[in-house]
Design a protein around this ligand. Structure first.
Ligand SMILES: [Fe+2]
Length: 339
């Protein structure tokens, strides 16, 4: 974990003045995002508002723990992180403060915000398959992954990972626990190997013929599509991508997002920062930096990989309700042996 040095010169100068006014010109940001393009995003906020950003980067779960341990003395104003499950965990730990903002309410669709945390970009969890081995029409829906005809063909990352937990939470929300558990058991019965690695490892395994079907977040696919390495692009030539459940509830969506912290010393600046993240300019940076989609309607991104992935129907289930079934999702995965 490290404090970013690049933007804090102004912040340190302001802090050393010691006046209340100078204090307000600073924002302490805890971020689990580590993208180069985010520098330009933060510079834009400082340019517009004169508020310097002092950034602490860390791993998702470490940041949550740190804020909890710092308690009332925490310097953190805003937490940015990825995955609804983690944002929900921060909410459940009581780390966020409620925010009322006309700008956020107008800009961010209702299903992508809660009372105290907000989504700023979305990613979809899609099905990928080995071209020539599996036909796309065999894997149209998440439910197909549990179909016995895919026995020995499914690769996956761990069932404890937030991406799979959030997907499972959405399946419970849509279909109920009994069907969700049946699905989990069916997928386990189709495993080509015990769960291991990240999403990119599953994509490579499908391309290498170790298995034929897997799940991946879209930005991992976009990253390989845009890679400088010929082998990455070759990998992508071997796999097909399916938008799941297009006749049903739509592809499962997850988010990156954030909120104002309960003990934020610079609350006003923190709210302004969240509002800035919903601006057209910030939405473009925010999404392009990690090959995600903006949450604000009508924002144009210039990203060839996203253009190639094309349009799809996204599940419009409220992100907040994923949280409700998170614990249940883990219990069901454990019971099904999806570890
Ligand atoms: Fe990820």
């Amino acid at each position: 974990m490290k404090w970013s040095r690049s933007l804090c010169t102004l912040a340190l100068a302001a802090a050393s003045l010691g006046s209340a006014q100078a204090q307000e010109k600073l924002l302490n940001l805890y971020s689990a995002r580590h993208y180069q393009t985010d520098e330009a995003l933060y510079d834009g906020f400082t340019r517009q508002t004169g508020i310097a950003i002092k950034r602490l980067e860390g791993k998702e779960d470490e940041l949550l723990e740190r804020i909890r341990n710092e308690g009332a003395n925490s310097p953190a104003d805003v937490l940015l992180t990825v995955d609804a499950a983690r944002l929900a965990a921060a909410h459940e730990m009581g780390l966020f403060a409620p925010v009322q903002s006309k700008i956020l309410d107008t800009r961010i669709p209702a299903h992508l915000r809660t009372t105290d945390w907000f989504s700023f970009s979305t990613r979809a969890r899609v099905i990928i398959y080995a071209k020539g081995v599996v036909k796309p029409e065999e894997v149209r829906n998440y439910s197909d992954l549990a179909d016995p005809r895919l026995k020995g063909k499914v690769c996956t990352r761990s069932g404890s990972h937030p991406y799979n937990l959030s997907l499972m939470a959405s399946i419970i929300a849509h279909q109920g626990e009994a069907k969700a558990e049946q699905w989990a058991k069916g997928v386990v019965a189709n495993f080509a190997r015990p769960p291991k690695g990240g999403d990119t490892d599953q994509i490579r395994a499908v391309a290498a013929g170790e298995c034929a079907v897997a799940l991946s977040n879209t930005y991992y696919l976009a990253r390989l599509m845009r890679s400088d390495k010929a082998e990455d692009r070759k990998t992508m030539e071997k796999v097909g991508v399916v938008w799941p459940d297009q006749q049903g509830s739509g592809a499962h969506i997850n988010v990156s997002g954030g909120g104002v912290l309960k003990n934020a010393p610079h609350r006003e600046a923190a709210v302004r920062f969240l509002e800035y993240l919903s601006s057209d300019e910030a939405q473009r940076y925010f999404a392009d930096g990690n090959n995600e989609w903006p949450v604000v309607a009508g924002v144009k991104v210039a990203n060839p990989a996203l253009a190639e992935l094309g349009k799809f129907k996204a599940d419009s289930m409220p992100v907040g309700s994923l949280a409700m079934y998170r614990a249940k999702a883990q219990i069901i995965f454990d019971r099904a042996g999806f570890r």
